[in-house]
Design a protein around this ligand. Structure first.
Ligand SMILES: Cc1ncc(COP(=O)(O)O)c(C=O)c1O
Length: 450
């Protein structure tokens, strides 16, 4: 391994309160999730120190590391480690070469909407099949750093709608750290459930929803022996913010006009904002995109706050949605999301079950295989085009957050025409036939003409 020690140690980061008025600072190795004032934490970076490199020097450094085999820099996250967790001991990094996901030009899908510059950031094409790997590599590496600093952490735990538990269990298994996941019984897909089982996690299946699991995990992790891995933990945000950097990097450091992100617990939308803000403060970019957070209409507490001008926020009881990973009524990062959206001329959209499943299926017809959450973001794009907010000259990024294969049951129900509240416009069922060649030909030509 060729470790650039000087670069890793030249910079520093620490925890501060999310409330900018509160004067609080803690080490990244401290087992702590909230400030004394009860606010969530943020990882702060010494931006003045980071300015010792010019914007073009940062760009060239990251370009030189991009997708190479030199460990750990080939990871999309650790290739930018000075902006993520400077000072981490390389021995503690647990990485599956996450990040570096394809930015897919959705040429045919975009053309149907009258757009020529639509791109899908395929964050689900990753080790555990969702964008959660980006944050989890940082969190689990940070826990190793804590343990080596003498903190008595015995295990790591999370509440999850499926993807967080899959990522946490894989990184914990690689690190040899015990893992506990709290899942809402019967509310996650079988593919997501089997991931932590396979990785040897303790899987607690609770008779509640995600919000109920979130309450339990906060209790269980209170005394510091079991470390809390949910995205309220700001270490995760540091890894996830590298998606913003990757997107810009993949366009030779040009900033798109819109970035559309499906939102549930709302850590990710804040992570996007943090990434763009850091690039802007270092002069790496000179404009910001408009951020769009897309919610399922059945789980839309942020959307409701948005239509009230963000004056008030009321948690809701989320109803069942095919976008099960964002079935969240009381998002822990609500205030982070509101701050991010205010700073980025943000928009919040909602999508009904019918809209999100049909948008997902329509994109699939152009060669993708999208998860329902990506369907929520695509439906948001379709609404923005209809209202003239997104126009033909705009460059739009739709963030695909999970791999469609994790949700094959829901997608199969769509094509069978039995997905609740959905009228399957793009239904496509297998054609059954005997092996008699005349029957085969008849049926297949009929099908081709449909
Ligand atoms: C597939 C998928 N999409 C979107 C989200 C929403 O991300 P966040 O909870 O950070 O808003 C999640 C996680 O909750 C997810 O698993």
């Amino acid at each position: 391994m060729l470790w650039d020690r000087r670069s890793a140690l030249s910079y520093s980061a620490w925890f501060r309160s999310f409330d900018l008025e509160e004067d609080f600072r803690a080490e990244l190795t401290d087992v702590i999730y909230r400030s004394p004032g009860g606010h969530l934490l943020d990882v702060a970076h010494d931006v003045e120190a980071l300015k010792d490199r010019s914007a073009s020097s940062w760009r060239s450094l990251f370009d030189a590391r991009w997708m190479r085999s030199q460990w750990p820099y080939g990871s999309g996250v650790w290739g930018k480690l000075e902006w993520v967790y400077p000072g981490i001991d390389p021995e503690n990094i647990v990485s599956f070469a996450e990040g570096g996901t394809n930015l897919l030009w959705a040429e045919r899908y975009g053309r149907e909407l009258g757009l020529s510059d639509v791109w899908v950031k395929q964050c689900g094409n990753s080790h555990t099949g969702s964008f959660k790997d980006l944050g989890m590599t940082v969190l689990v590496s940070a826990v190793r750093q804590m343990i080596s600093a003498g903190r008595p952490v015995k295990a790591i735990a999370c509440a999850s709608t499926g993807d967080t538990s899959a990522a946490l269990s894989a990184y914990c298994a690689a690190a040899g750290i015990p893992c506990v996941v709290f899942l809402p019984k019967d509310k996650i897909s079988p593919a997501q459930l089997v991931q932590p089982m396979a990785n040897g996690a303790v899987v607690m299946s609770l008779d509640t929803d995600f919000d109920g699991c979130m309450e339990v995990v906060q209790e269980v992790t209170q005394d510091g022996q079991i470390y809390l891995a949910n995205s309220m933990n700001s270490l995760r945000i540091e890894g996830q913010k590298t998606i913003s950097v990757e997107i810009v990097q993949q366009f030779d450091w040009e900033v798109p006009d819109f970035v559309i992100v499906p939102g549930g617990n709302l850590g990710n939308i804040y992570a996007f904002a943090k990434g763009f803000q850091l690039m802007e403060s270092l002069g790496v970019i000179s404009k910001k995109p408009r951020l769009v957070c897309a919610q399922a209409a059945n789980a839309n507490p942020l959307y409701r706050a948005y239509v009230n001008g963000f004056d008030t926020f009321e948690p809701i009881e989320a109803k069942t949605t095919a976008a099960s990973a964002i079935q969240i009524g009381n998002p822990v990062s609500i205030h982070r999301a509101i701050r991010a959206l205010k700073a980025f001329d943000g928009i919040v959209e909602e999508a009904t079950e019918n809209q999100l499943m049909n948008a997902s299926a329509r994109a699939d017809r152009s060669g993708m295989f999208t998860c329902p959450h990506t369907g929520v973001a695509l439906a948001a794009l379709e609404s923005l085009v209809q209202r003239g907010v997104v126009q033909p000259h705009h460059r739009v990024i739709v963030v695909s957050t999970a791999h469609g294969l994790k949700f094959s049951g829901t997608k199969a129900r769509y094509h069978e025409g039995v997905q609740p509240d959905v009228d399957s416009h793009y239904r496509n069922l297998p054609v059954e036939s005997s092996t008699h060649i005349d029957e085969v030909k008849d049926k297949l030509f009929q099908a081709l003409e449909r």
